[in-house]
Design a protein around this ligand. Structure first.
Ligand code: C2E
Ligand code: CA
Ligand code: CA
Length: 688
């Protein structure tokens, strides 16, 4: 289109310059009649002069006058010839006029010749008469024709001039027309440009403005075009995608709550409020209890629904000074600005708990959801990021008190949490640097004192702190999801030790391994166990799996229940650990085929002095015997305790009274010295 306009302009200019050259033409044409006029004028002067001389000659004829006259005539002949050439060569206007002028010249010449002839014959009177009458007549006749010739020349020059003028006018019209056409074409081009370029660009620009206003469902038009407009539209799509990415990074798309970093920004902005007093505001870390388990058990869809419901419960309580965000998987953050007392914060936490529970009971009665909450009051001396950490620390503290708990951050938590984090850092290193190892504690037959087996108990050989006990690192490992990794090491090292003992000739019947729900939650757990056993040429009967009853609390088909089933199919002996301390001890007995129960140390300690404990143990033993399963008592320290348990019919004993947990090499040495007397605590019996 632009090219078209340009072409039109070029054509206009070209026309204009060609018209200018046409306008220059008349000036050349003017020159011709001027030349003719000049020639005629000179001839006229010559003829008048000659006529005067001819008159003188006729009045006073003499030889000298005649010669002078004849000379003048010769000049007139030459000039006449020149005039003829000029007229015929340069002036081609009116041929008839030119012919008449020539004829007039010829006629006048005849008069002249007659006068000269008369003078030569001496007839002065005839010459004089001729000069006076014919000469004057012819001269007048000649004059007329010459004047007509000049007039014609001038007229033709005027005509030419007029033609040139009309050409100029026409040129002017043409130029004007060209300009008008050019303008019309330019206007058309502009309209076309407007509809083809300006409008689409405007529409794209509107779409971008809409995106900038946060409307990310905006459709960007013209992105299918393969011209520059399409290019702009596609670039705008990149902008839109970028905006969506920013929104997605700021908003949690499941719950539509702002994300964690938005909370950090919000706290930082609140601190800038000039009306806010120092340390005003409180932050709550709200975490759904048992969400991970619910997600595993019922699937992601149910998990997502629980999260959406929890978010809507939170929103329904939100006041003007509250800001809510989703922090992570199942945790939310709640910031309340302004001064908040401990009682108010506690009340807020409780109303959040109630609302989440109530709503989950209404919306999804099958999956009631409780939550635990950590409270952290604002402290302007710490970064918002740190406040989030503190609120989570408080939550971790609440979580230890069980589901549905609330805890408030205190400065002592910092030290404790620092230690926890240090432990976790060290533990990660320990797992890769062979610092986790099993200690072995023997188990003996209660009656004979023969070796029943060893329980493998995890220890961390810390490079600085020496041997660490399970309570010093297992809870951290559990919260960090490292329990399975520890179990793998324990299984592998324990089986290796067992096969070494056997190769060394020690009759060690079995090694007991402690398992957690995290181990059983792995689909391939049973098969991995089989592979490890085969590696050391051992079978399922060479080990015993000690399970905490909490690992069996779950109902229905879960990864844990599937693992248990598979372990039973493969004939792994399973014992229920810490029997009597949990809540589902008796009901869990019916879930799988157990080989035994381990009566917890808390029932065993000083049992000989506590009749109540004795009654409980008796009940547990009766139950086990009814189910025809083995009973193991742990924590036997004294001969008295052993005696009571033996009398009650306990099958296997374990405790410091027989031996403490020992590293592999110490256990090997212990085995070397071991006799059933030691197993029966005979030596101690003598001391007692
Ligand atoms: P548990 O399975 O009940 O292990 C028995 C605990 O009682 C062991 O503590 C053992 O050292 C201690 N014990 C045994 N006899 C006596 C006694 O006569 N007196 C006293 N005071 N204590 C006695 P330990 O080794 O500290 O283990 C504590 C708990 O850590 C274990 O309790 C078990 O639940 C857990 N644990 C240990 N190793 C592992 C492991 O490899 N995996 C898992 N998942 N848990 C483990
Ligand atoms: Ca155990
Ligand atoms: Ca125990």
């Amino acid at each position: 289109m632009a090219l078209c306009a340009l072409a039109i302009a070029v054509i206009g200019v070209t026309n204009l310059s060609s018209l200018r050259s046409t306008a220059a033409l008349p000036q050349q044409i003017y020159h011709h009649p001027y030349a003719v006029g000049l020639a005629v004028r000179d001839l006229r002067g010559d003829i008048k002069l000659m006529h005067a001389e001819l008159s003188d000659l006729a009045r006073t004829p003499s030889r000298l006058a005649l010669r002078r006259f004849e000379k003048r005539m010769g000049e007139i002949d030459i000039r006449t010839a020149q005039l003829k050439v000029t007229i015929s060569e340069r002036f081609r206007g009116d041929r008839a006029l030119v012919d008449r002028a020539f004829a007039a010249i010829v006629a006048w010449n005849e008069v002249r010749v007659s006068v000269v002839a008369s003078i030569r014959e001496g007839d002065r009177v005839a010459a004089y008469t001729l000069t006076k009458t014919e000469g004057y007549n012819q001269l007048k006749y000649l004059e007329e024709h010459l004047a007509a010739l000049i007039a014609a020349a001038n007229a033709s020059s005027e005509e030419l001039s007029a033609r040139a003028d009309s050409l100029l006018i026409m040129a002017t019209y043409e130029i004007s027309a060209a300009i008008v056409i050019a303008f019309v074409l330019l206007a058309v081009a502009a309209w076309l440009v407007l509809s083809a370029v300006v409008r689409p660009v405007g529409e794209i620009s509107d779409a971008i403005s809409s995106i900038a206003m946060g409307n990310l469902s905006t459709v960007i038009p013209h992105d299918e075009r393969d011209d520059e407009i399409g290019e702009i539209a596609r670039s705008s799509r990149v902008f839109l995608n970028h905006a969506i990415a920013i929104q997605e990074s700021s908003i949690d798309m499941l719950t539509l709550l702002p994300k964690r970093h938005q909370m950090l920004d919000h706290i930082a902005i609140d601190r800038l409020d000039p009306e806010r007093s120092a340390n005003d505001g409180v932050l709550l870390h709200v975490d759904l209890d048992n969400f991970v388990e619910a997600n595993d058990m019922w699937g992601r869809d149910v998990g997502d629904r629980l999260l959406i419901e929890a978010a809507s419960s939170l929103r329904s309580l939100q006041g003007p000074g509250d800001f809510i965000a989703r922090e992570g998987a199942d945790s939310f953050l709640w910031y309340r600005c302004g001064p908040t007392s401990a009682v108010q914060a506690q009340r807020l936490a409780e109303s959040i708990q109630t609302r989440i529970l109530d709503q989950s009971e209404t919306d999804s009665e099958d999956y009631p959801t409780s939550c635990s909450i950590g409270i952290c009051f604002c402290d302007d001396s710490v970064e918002p990021e740190k406040m989030l950490v503190r609120a989570e620390d408080a939550y971790q503290d609440a979580k230890r008190s069980g589901p549905g708990s609330v805890s408030t951050y205190t400065s002592e938590m910092d030290a404790r949490l620092f230690r926890r984090r240090e432990t976790l850092r060290g533990l990660r290193f320990a797992l890769n640097h062979d610092e986790i190892l099993p200690f072995f504690q023997p188990q003996v037959d209660a009656r004979t004192g023969e070796l029943h087996g060893f329980e493998a108990l995890a220890r961390w050989h810390h490079p600085e702190h020496g041997i660490l006990l399970p309570w010093q690192f297992l809870p951290v490992a559990e919260s960090a999801g490292l329990l399975a990794a520890i179990s793998d090491i324990m299984v592998s090292k324990s089986l290796k030790q067992l096969s070494e003992w056997r190769r060394a000739g020690f009759a060690v019947p079995r090694v007991s391994i402690n398992l957690d729900a995290a181990d059983l939650g792995r689909d391939d757990f049973a098969d991995r166990l089989m592979i490890e056993l085969e590696r050391y040429d051992l079978g399922p009967q060479d080990i015993c799996l000690e399970l905490l009853e909490t690992a069996m609390l779950e109902d229905g088909e879960t990864p844990v229940s599937r693992s248990l089933e598979r372990l039973c199919q493969l004939d792994f002996p399973i014992e229920l650990d810490d029997f009597g301390t949990g809540h589902a001890a008796i009901s869990s007995l019916q879930l799988i085929t157990l080989n035994g129960i381990k009566i917890d140390r808390c029932f065993v300690t000083n049992v000989h002095q506590r009749p109540q404990q004795q009654k409980l143990i008796k009940a547990m033993l009766r139950l086990a015997h009814a189910l025809q399963i083995r009973t193991v008592a742990e924590g036997i320290e004294s001969v008295h305790e052993r005696t009571v348990l033996l009398d009650m019919g306990c099958d296997v004993l374990q405790g410091f009274g027989i031996a403490r947990p020992m590293p592999g090499d110490v256990a090997t040495a212990w085995l070397r010295d071991f006799t059933p007397e030691i197993g029966r605590m005979d030596q101690l019996q003598q001391i007692a």
